[in-house]
Design a protein around this ligand. Sequence first.
Ligand code: FES
Length: 85
Amino acid sequence: MEKISVKVCLGTTCFVMGGSNLQELNDIIPRKYGDKVEVTGSNCLGLCSINWEYSKAPYVKVDDEVVHEATVEKVLSVIDKKLGI
Ligand code: FES
């Protein structure tokens, strides 16, 4: 099975909008999913600038799926769904 790729946006907008809390994913994901999921940080994903006023930062991408207003719980539930857990 292909690994699920999780990209946590580390761009300024996402970081100040709460992305700093998402750093926990770097610990939780390997512990919970082993090598089935790969978590990396990413520069600005380009999503925050689409509509700044209504920005839903912080953003995380799980494969091609964009998680907006991301929280640790939200990201884990998207991963669980993909893995069929
Ligand atoms: S800073 Fe995260 S999408 Fe731009």
